[in-house]
Ligand binder design. Structure first.
Ligand code: MGD
Ligand code: MGD
Ligand code: SF4
Ligand code: MO
Length: 749
C-alpha cells in the first residue's frame, strides 16, 4: 500500500525550499488578486464552489486533478486522489497551472504575418480568414508537391487531433522533439534488448527498489510527479542510491554513492560495471540462463574493460567501481539501473542506454519487483474513421540507409529535409507546429531558421507568443488546458486508468480548443468524412460508452480504473515472451549486428574541451517545465531567471564572483544572453551547468523577456546517433566572459 504523500515530501526531495509551499493554498489567498484581472475570467460551472476534472498539461506526466472555482472565479487546482499518476498530489508546477490560464500575455486572436518572417509584425484576423488562408495554402502545396510535403511538429494532448488531420490530408511526416531530442535512444535501446520500450510514465518499479542507479537522471529536479514520490519513498525505506553525475544534483544529495564522472564517459563506467558483474559471476544466473542470449559474446567483449581501464577515462576510482557493482548485485533483482529519459547526450546514446539495459538484464530486474514492471494501459477502442490515404513518400527518403532504428520521425530530420539539397529527396514546404517551441528545443537553431526561410507555409498553434510564433505566417491561439476538452488519457501504469480533461472555464478572448481548430481545418480541406462528430462531447461520450462508462460519469469521477489487467511481474510457470529476433533478451543484439553496428556496446572516446573551455551541461528546475512556464505569472514567482554553475577554480580563473553576470561564448563564437554566475563546488571543473527554458527573446512575453540565458542558442553543433538519429547535444564547449562585453557589443550595434 502506497503511503500518503505530503507536499513536504516534494519540498524535501526537490530542494524547492519554502517558496514552493506558497502555491499549495488558494491562488488569490497567497499571491493576491492584483496580479490578474479576474473579472475577465469566467467559470463554466457558475457560482458557489465547483470542481471540474482536468488532466494537467504543464508537463507530460499527465496527472489528473480537479479545477476548483469559488463564486465563479478560479480558486485552485488539486490532484485527483484516484489517479495513480499523482496519488492526489500535484507538483508545484501543476498547482501553478492556473497561471497558464490567467496569463494576460497569452495569444488572444488569430494573427496573419504582414512583414518578413521573424519581424513579429502581424495583423489580427478572424478565425474564418485565418483558417481559409491555411487551407488554401495546404491545398496548393498538395497539388504542387504532394500532401506529404506538409509536416507536423507536436507535443501535448491536443496533438492527437492534428496528427489525425495530417494523416487524413495524406502526410505522415509527424515529429516531436520528445523523440530525437529526448527519449528516442532509450526506447530503441530497450526495444533492441527486451523487445519492448520503456514508455511514459516509465515502467520503473522505483517504490519497491532496494538499489537505484541514476545515470544523469536528476530526479527531484526532474519533477515527474509519482516518480519523485516513489523516489522519496524508496529513500525513506533505506534503498541504496548510486548517482552518477558530474554535478552534485539533488538526487546525489540523497545518495549513498555520488560518482562525479567526467561527462561523456558513462559508457566506460557501465562497461566496467558489466565487467565486474560478469567476471565475479555476480549476475542472476538463473534468469540469464533462462531468458537471455549472447552472454559469451558479452563476456569476451567486456574482458578489456576493467575498472583500472575505466579510471583514467571516467576519473572514478577502480575500488569504487567494484564496490558499487557489488552493491548493485547484492540487491538483485530489486536493483534498478534507471533507463533515463532525456538521453540524447553524445551521439552514442543508444549504445550507452543499451549498456544500462544489459546491466538490468544481468541483474534480472526486468519483469521483477523493484526493477521494471509490465505496465497496463486502458484499452479504449479507437474511433472508427475511414482508412487514411497512403502517403507516397515520407521523411525517411531524405535519409536513405541512415538511422535504421528510428521508429518515429525525427524532428531534426524533418528540419533537415526542409532545406533544399542535392542529397535530399523529400523537400518539405509546410510546417504545422502545435505546442512545441522549436526555436528553444531543436538544437542548431541556425539550421532551424534556414529551414523556416524555405517554407511556403508555417502555422504555429500555441498558447503563448512563444519564439516560434514570431516566425509563423499564421498564428492560431489555442485556449489553455483549463478551457478545453481533449482526448482521453490512457497512459500506462500499474493499473489501467482513463482520465478526462473537461473545460472549467470559457475560453478567454478569441482562443479555441485544438480539437475545434483541427476539425475546422479538416472541413475546409474537404476531409469531412474524417470528422463525422459535430462536437467533442459526442466524440468522447461515444468512446466512453464502448468501455461501459460515459461522459457524465467521467465528469463526476475524473478518473476510472478498469479491471482488465496483466500481472506486473513474471509469474512462476508462465514463460515470458520477448519480442526480439531470438525471442530472448538480447545481451548481444542480432539486429544491430545485421545493420553493421556493434552487437555489444563498445567504448568510443569523445572530444574534450580545450583549455579555457568547459562542456555545456543543462537540465531542469523543479518549478519550471522547459520554456513553457517561464512566463507563467505564478511560477516565475518561484524562479525568475537561470544561473550558470561554475566551479570556484573556474570562476577564479576567469575573474568571476558569485552572483555576477557573465556571457558564455561557445566554440563557434556564438554568445549567450547575460546569465548570473553561481559559484559552487557542486560542479566539476571541466563543465558548466544551466537550467534549460530561460532567455526568452519574444518581446510579447514581458515577464520572461531577457531573463537568464537560453542553452539552445549555444547548441550550434550536435553529434548524431547513427542507430536512430537522436541529436547528442552535450558536445558544445563554452568559455566565460564578463557581461560588460555584452553591453559594449550591444551599444556598438
Ligand atoms: N536546448 C535544449 N533543447 C531541448 C531540451 C533541453 O533541455 N535543452 N530538452 C529536450 C526535451 S527532453 C524535450 S521533451 C523537448 C521538448 O520540446 P517541446 O516539445 O518543444 O516543448 P516545450 O518547450 O515545452 O514547448 C512548448 C510550447 O508549447 C506551448 N504550449 C503550452 N501549453 C500549450 C497548450 O495548451 N496548447 C498549445 N497549442 N501550446 C501550448 C508553449 O507556449 C511552448 O511554446 O525539448 C528537447 N530539446
Ligand atoms: N521540473 C521539470 N521536470 C521535468 C521536466 C521539466 O521541464 N521540468 N522535463 C521532463 C522531461 S521531458 C524530461 S526528458 C526529463 C529530463 O530529465 P532527466 O532525464 O533526468 O535529464 P538528464 O538528461 O539526465 O539531465 C540532467 C542531468 O544530467 C547530468 N549530466 C550532464 N552530463 C552528464 C554526463 O555526461 N553524464 C552523466 N552521468 N550525467 C550528466 C546533469 O548534471 C543533470 O543533473 O525531465 C522531465 N521532468
Ligand atoms: S508532474 Fe506536475 S506539471 Fe507534470 S503533469 Fe503532474 S502536476 Fe502537472
Ligand atoms: Mo523530454
Amino acid at each position: 500500500m502506497a503511503r500518503q504523500y505530503s507536499r513536504r515530501d516534494f519540498i524535501k526531495i526537490s530542494g524547492l525550499g519554502l517558496g514552493g509551499l506558497a502555491l499549495s493554498g488558494g491562488l488569490f489567498k497567497t499571491l493576491g488578486s492584483n496580479l490578474f484581472a479576474p473579472d475577465a475570467t469566467a467559470a463554466l460551472a457558475g457560482g458557489g464552489i465547483t470542481r471540474t476534472p482536468t488532466v494537467c498539461e504543464i508537463c507530460f506526466w499527465k496527472c489528473a486533478g480537479w479545477v476548483h472555482t469559488r463564486d465563479g472565479q478560479p480558486w485552485k487546482i488539486t490532484g485527483n486522489a484516484e489517479d495513480p499518476n499523482c496519488n492526489g498530489r500535484l507538483c508545484p508546477r501543476g498547482t501553478g497551472g492556473l497561471g497558464a490560464y490567467l496569463d494576460e500575455e497569452r495569444l488572444r486572436t488569430p494573427l496573419i504575418r504582414t512583414d518578413v518572417r521573424g519581424k513579429q509584425t502581424f495583423r489580427e484576423a478572424s478565425w474564418d480568414e485565418a483558417l481559409n488562408y491555411i487551407a488554401e495554402k495546404m491545398k496548393k502545396i498538395a497539388e504542387e508537391h504532394g500532401p506529404e510535403c506538409v509536416a507536423l511538429f507536436n507535443h501535448g494532448s491536443g496533438g492527437t487531433f492534428f496528427k489525425h488531420l495530417l494523416q487524413a490530408y495524406g502526410s505522415n511526416n509527424i515529429a516531436a522533439p520528445s523523440y530525437a531530442q529526448c527519449r528516442g535512444p532509450r526506447e530503441e535501446a530497450y526495444m533492441l534488448t527486451f523487445g519492448e520500450g520503456i514508455g511514459s510514465p516509465e515502467r520503473t518499479d522505483i517504490r519497491n527498489s532496494q538499489c537505484i542507479v541514476l545515470i544523469g537522471s536528476h530526479l527531484g529536479e526532474n519533477m515527474h510527479n509519482t516518480q519523485v514520490q516513489e523516489f522519496a519513498d524508496a529513500v525513506g525505506n533505506g534503498a541504496t542510491v548510486i548517482t552518477v553525475d558530474p554535478r552534485f544534483s539533488v538526487a546525489a544529495s540523497k545518495s549513498k554513492y555520488w560518482l562525479p564522472i567526467r561527462p561523456s564517459t558513462d559508457l566506460a563506467l557501465l562497461l566496467a560495471w558489466i565487467h565486474v558483474i560478469v567476471n565475479e559471476e555476480l549476475y542472476d544466473r538463473d534468469f540469464v540462463e533462462k531468458y537471455t542470449v549472447g552472454l559469451d559474446e558479452l563476456k569476451a567483449s567486456v574482458a578489456q574493460y576493467t575498472p583500472e581501464w575505466a579510471y583514467p577515462i571516467t576519473t572514478i576510482e577502480p575500488a569504487l567501481i567494484r564496490e558499487t557493482a557489488r552493491e548493485m548485485a547484492w540487491h538483485k533483482p530489486a536493483t534498478l539501473i534507471h533507463p533515463g529519459r532525456h538521453v540524447t547526450w553524445y551521439g552514442d546514446d543508444t549504445q550507452r542506454v543499451r549498456a544500462g539495459a544489459i546491466l538490468n538484464a544481468l541483474l534480472g530486474s526486468w519483469g521483477r519487483r523493484g526493477g521494471f514492471y509490465y505496465p497496463n494501459s486502458a484499452k479504449v477502442p479507437k474511433y472508427h474513421y475511414p482508412p487514411y490515404p497512403k502517403p507516397k513518400r515520407n521523411w525517411r527518403e531524405a535519409f536513405p540507409e541512415e538511422f535504421p532504428m528510428a521508429s518515429l520521425a525525427l524532428a531534426s530530420g524533418i528540419c533537415d529535409a526542409t532545406i533544399p539539397s542535392l542529397r535530399r529527396d523529400c523537400t518539405i514546404k509546410g510546417w504545422i507546429v502545435y505546442g512545441t517551441n522549436l526555436m528553444l528545443t531543436l538544437p542548431q537553431p541556425q539550421k532551424t531558421l534556414e529551414a523556416i526561410q524555405n517554407l511556403d507555409l508555417l502555422v504555429a498553434i500555441d498558447l503563448m507568443p512563444a519564439e516560434i510564433t514570431g516566425w509563423a505566417d499564421v498564428v492560431l491561439p489555442e485556449c489553455s488546458y483549463l478551457e478545453r476538452y481533449d482526448d482521453l488519457r490512457t497512459s500506462p501504469g500499474r493499473v489501467p486508468t482513463v482520465a478526462l480533461r473537461a473545460p472549467a472555464f470559457e475560453p478567454r478572448w478569441d482562443s479555441k480548443p485544438g480539437w475545434w481548430i483541427a476539425r475546422e481545418l479538416g472541413l475546409r480541406l474537404g476531409l469531412d468524412q474524417y470528422f463525422p462528430w459535430d462536437n467533442i462531447e459526442d466524440y468522447l461520450d461515444g468512446q466512453l460508452q464502448q468501455i461501459g462508462s460515459s461522459l457524465a460519469e467521467m465528469k463526476e469521477k475524473g478518473v476510472i480504473t478498469l479491471n482488465d489487467r496483466f500481472p506486473l511481474y513474471f509469474e512462476e510457470g508462465v514463460e515470458p515472451y520477448f519480442d526480439t529476433p531470438s525471442g530472448k533478451i538480447e545481451l548481444a543484439s542480432s539486429t544491430l549486428r545485421d545493420y553493421g553496428f556493434d552487437a555489444v556496446p563498445k567504448y568510443t572516446a569523445h572530444e574534450q574541451p580545450s583549455a579555457g573551455y568547459y562542456r555545456l551541461l543543462y537540465g531542469r528546475a523543479p518549478m519550471h517545465t522547459f520554456g513553457r512556464t517561464t512566463n507563467n505569472p505564478l511560477l516565475t514567482e518561484l524562479m525568475k531567471e537561470n544561473e550558470v554553475w561554475l566551479h570556484p577554480t573556474v570562476a577564479k580563473l576567469h575573474g568571476v564572483r558569485n552572483g555576477e553576470y557573465v556571457v558564455l561564448v561557445n566554440q563557434d563564437g556564438v554568445r549567450s544572453a547575460r546569465i548570473r554566475a553561481k559559484v559552487t563546488e557542486r560542479i566539476r571543473q571541466d563543465s558548466v551547468y544551466m537550467v534549460h527554458g530561460f532567455g526568452h527573446s519574444d518581446k510579447r512575453m514581458r515577464r520572461s523577456l531577457g531573463k537568464g540565458a537560453d542553452d539552445n542558442a549555444l547548441i550550434t553543433r550536435v553529434k548524431i546517433d547513427p542507430i536512430m538519429g537522436g541529436t547528442g547535444m552535450r558536445v558544445n564547449f563554452v568559455t566565460i566572459e564578463p557581461a560588460e562585453a555584452l553591453a559594449m557589443s550591444d551599444s556598438a550595434e
